[in-house]
Ligand binder design. Structure first.
Ligand code: ATP
Length: 530
């Protein structure tokens, strides 16, 4: 049978790097096909070529057996190729229907009744129910993703490309998404699925193509291949797939938050409401939650980008709520924001310049003079230790693949050996081998006495390295429990806003002991104290 899409000998070069090197790939009708590879392997480049965003230097694409030159995304959609990007592009102030109409050609958008009928049909068929009149600002992340999917599906694609679609979903939302994707595939729509989560790939996909250094190195059936083997094919044999977990030794309070209430930066952003917690030296406190539930506000309140009352946030006994980010860094705080291009790194600056932005105090500036030699050595060391794949330390941050830039940013902060590290999604978009290395680095930092706070949607990761866990939903904090006293299901419910049904007796002994040992400290979150 003629494949739906055939990629033949596709090559794409960037300065200093061959992102795709004679890549061959076939996607059959109705197949769910995974594209796997370590960071910088060339997955995004290949997707962008298939969706017409990037033109290849060599090679050809065959669509239903016919050679085709995809000129741009509009042309790709015309052919029947849809794509859902990692970052949503919806207008918060508009309704679901208005957002959908905006994506349709004018002649189709005029027939609102027909579109409403289609939405209804799609909801019934694929279990993707949405109230078309709800403003997007009121939707959960999973619902927003549904709008993006529906927008792509209204075009009746024969091939749907999904770029890490589960990184922002709760476990329950993931199950719903997978059920919809299986139905879509059964109806004949092929799916190209990009993910670093290998268990998902095993659960969902029938075939996987593995890229390494821009080349296809393997094609396999993920249902019949274990995760260690897939990881080995992607990043080399002997790759650990889990960090060596070990319990932390909880010390005294490092940073505490006291009944913190702050608004979001805009009327559409959720702030935080009456949040209290303490992170202790030598522990990792995992705060689960789907982005958009107060995470951004919480991170700003901790980093100093959003000020509060002085005593709302304290390092030890000192109120720091009125201190700016630079002043907090001087007290030993380091921060990894969720947005890597823009806040984590300046896209147009080189890696050397980006290193200087937060690490100047590492002896890289003396009496106001930049120590260029030391700075270059420090940046090279950082790239070596955290295996940042780059054309060189003078490359611009924007030229790095997503996962490699993430490794650079987290490495830059960890290497400074902070007393408190607040990290949002520390391994977001990072391949399995590098994710383990980052988790090990966080555990080592914790063992050295750092208080590490991680805000993340990735429950597997949080359960792997956190000593205590909680979640943030609608700006409120769920109970805080020792990792061994809670479960993925319970934290998943917390992420969805259900803090009920949590027996007070289940509160962790670790918290009880810690609270007793630090009776001068504020009450922990009221749910945990209940
Ligand atoms: N616009 C660009 N300019 C220069 N180099 C680029 C550009 N885009 C990508 N590259 C390089 O091409 C290589 C492949 O990048 P690509 O983004 O395709 O990798 P990836 O497999 O998607 O990685 P990740 O899993 O980290 O997203 C990387 O080495 C990257 O630095």
């Amino acid at each position: 049978m003629t494949p739906l899409l055939e990629v033949r000998h596709i090559t794409k070069e960037y300065p200093g790097c061959r992102a795709n090197d004679r890549v061959n790939l076939c996607i059959d009708m109705g197949e769910i096909h995974a594209l796997l590879g370590e960071n910088g392997a060339g997955k995004s480049t290949l997707m962008k070529i298939i969706y017409g965003v990037v033109q290849p230097d060599e090679g050809e694409l065959l669509w239903r057996g016919m050679p085709v030159n995809i000129k741009g995304p509009a042309h790709a959609r015309q052919l029947g190729i849809g794509m859902v990007f990692q970052h949503f592009s919806l207008f918060d102030t508009l309704s679901v229907l208005e957002n959908i109409l905006l994506s349709l050609p004018a002649h189709e958008a005029r027939d609102r009744l027909r579109v409403l009928r289609q939405l209804d049909d799609m909801g019934k068929r694929y279990g993707m129910h949405l109230d078309p009149h709800r403003p997007v600002s009121t939707l959960s992340t999973g619902e927003r993703q549904r709008v993006e999917l529906i927008r792509a599906l209204l075009n009746e694609p024969q091939l749907l490309i999904l770029d890490e679609p589960t990184s922002v979903l709760t476990p329950q939302e993931c199950e719903g998404l997978f059920a919809s994707l299986r139905k879509l595939a059964a109806d004949g729509c092929s799916i190209l699925f990009i993910s670093h989560k290998l268990q998902e790939v095993k659960d969902l996909c029938q075939r996987a193509t593995i890229l390494r250094g821009g080349c296809v190195v393997d094609e396999l059936d993920p249902r019949e291949t274990d995760i260690d083997t897939m990881a080995a094919r992607m990043v080399g044999s002997g790759t650990a797939t889990h960090a060596t977990t070990r319990p932390g030794v909880q010390g005294e309070a490092a940073i505490s938050v006291h009944h913190l209430t702050l608004p979001g930066f805009s009327s559409h952003e959720v702030g935080v409401r009456d949040v209290s917690f303490t992170a202790y030296k030598g522990e990792i406190l995992g705060i689960a939650g789907v982005a958009g539930n107060g995470q951004a506000c919480m991170l700003r309140a901790l980093s100093g980008e959003q000020l509060s009352q002085s005593d709302d946030v304290r390092i030890g006994a000192r109120g720091i709520g009125r201190l700016n980010p630079a002043q907090r860094r001087k007290l030993g705080m380091a921060v990894v924001p969720e947005d890597r291009l823009g806040r984590g790194a300046v896209p147009d600056m080189t890696l050397v310049e980006n290193a200087l932005l937060t690490a100047a105090d590492q002896g890289l500036v003396k009496k106001g003079v930049i120590q260029h030699g030391a700075l270059r050595d420090w940046t090279s060391q950082l790239c070596k230790l955290f295996k940042v794949k780059t054309a060189g330390i003078d490359a611009q941050a924007r030229s790095l693949s997503g996962g490699n830039l993430q490794k650079f940013i987290i490495g830059r902060e960890v290497l400074q050996q902070p007393a408190v590290l607040v990290a949002s999604h520390p391994t977001w978009g990072v391949d399995i081998g590098s994710a383990v290395a980052i988790r090990e680095a966080l555990l080592t930092l914790r063992d050295q006495g750092c208080a590490v706070i991680i805000l993340s949607e990735d429950l597997d990761e949080l359960f792997e390295i956190s000593d205590r866990m909680t979640a943030l939903c609608h700006g409120q904090l769920a109970p805080i429990k020792a990792r061994q006293d809670t479960s993925v299901e319970e934290v998943g419910r917390w992420m969805g806003g259900d803090f009920s049904d949590t027996p007070p007796a289940a509160e962790s002994s670790a918290i009880a002991a810690a609270t007793a040992a630090h009776s001068d400290l504020p009450q922990e979150n009221r749910h945990a104290q209940a």
